[in-house]
Unconditional design. Structure first.
Lengths: 241, 83
């Protein structure tokens, strides 16, 4: 992960004028985009004061740890999936380390800031936009690339039911269908802010098979990783939309 | 019913072969949309059909195909017959 020094003057500025931090955010945003760093402006505006206070000597962007697998050895092709949960907008450090091209499929262009080496395709422009996006994703997976998408809040897309936490949720079918037609496995990804740093959890790859079977495997992984408690409640709220 | 061209007939056969029993042959008209307003294929299924057609005729569809207002059997037929 690339580090951008967080100057003492900037720490002082944010600590004393937190309400003006959006100005600082704008300046740093422009700087870090040029340097290809990993954070999101929204994230910065909400958290910069805390980060500056807790880690005045920490390099910027925020510290990050990836668990479950080494991102550099995740075998392509792979479909990475997540949900509107935790710090899903801060997955830049993961995308940077994957050994191949990365395509982000997003309903609107709000998931990730522009990053070098990461292509973004919007699916929210109607049926033909969804077909074009699916075509691009399938092409990239056939070329041993990585595709990332969110499974919840998919708009008008086809849905796959998933039995999870004693309830049934409807997830976008796109990832499961892409897995079926390209033979690429699905890897669940969860990003959360824990213990003062971003933690990105990579799941076990789910082999391409029938949609229902893949959904069941995904449900088992989520139930193992989200025991009863606040985290599970937040995930349920996210999945329920 | 589609059947005006050999390409159109072949596309119809591909659709019936990929999703046996899902569509009545009479529903596969030239002007019917492949998507939600017509046959009801979702985006990945349409891509799956395009891949099958590309394998059949040995060439890729143009990017212009995706700027059409709607994808129909006729539009796909024109793409592969070069019209």
């Amino acid at each position: 992960m690339r580090h951008v020094p967080f100057s003492p003057r900037m720490v002082w500025l944010v600590r004393h004028w937190p309400r003006q931090s959006f100005v600082v955010a704008s300046i740093l945003d422009a700087t870090s985009r040029r340097l290809g760093s990993s954070r999101h402006p929204w994230y910065f505006r909400r958290r910069v004061t805390a980060v500056a206070t807790w880690h005045p000597r920490q390099a910027w962007p925020f510290p990050c740890r990836v668990t479950g697998a080494d991102p550099g050895s995740v075998p392509p092709p792979m479909i990475l999936v997540s949900f509107h949960f935790g710090r899903v907008k801060s997955l830049g450090p993961l995308f940077e380390q994957l050994p191949g091209k990365v395509l982000i499929l997003e309903h609107e262009k709000d998931l990730s800031p522009p990053r070098p080496g990461v292509e973004r395709v919007t699916t929210g422009g109607g049926e033909m936009a969804r077909i074009a996006a699916a075509r691009r994703a399938a092409d990239l997976l056939r070329e041993d690339g990585f595709v990332f998408m969110l499974l919840d809040r998919g708009g008008d897309t086809a849905k796959t039911p998933i039995a999870l936490f004693d309830r049934t949720f409807l997830l976008s079918s796109g990832a499961f269908q892409l897995a079926r037609i390209t033979g690429a496995p699905i890897m669940p990804v969860i990003a959360e802010w824990r213990e003062g740093r971003l933690e990105i959890m990579l799941g076990t790859p789910i082999a391409p098979t029938e949609e229902a079977a893949m959904a069941n495997t995904l449900a088992s992984w989520l139930e193992d990783r989200f025991p009863e408690g606040d985290r599970r409640s937040r995930l349920i709220r996210a999945l329920a939309g | 019913v589609c059947g005006q061209t050999d390409t159109g007939l072949s596309i119809r056969e591909i659709i019936l072969g990929m999703w046996p029993g899902r569509f009545a042959p009479t529903a596969l008209r030239d002007d019917v949309s492949l998507g939600e307003d017509g046959l009801g294929l979702d985006s990945v299924e349409v891509v799956e059909l395009i891949f099958a057609c590309e394998d059949r005729w040995g060439r890729r569809v143009s990017e212009q195909l995706f700027t059409s207002p709607a994808l129909t059997i006729e539009r796909l037929s024109q793409e592969f017959s070069g019209r």
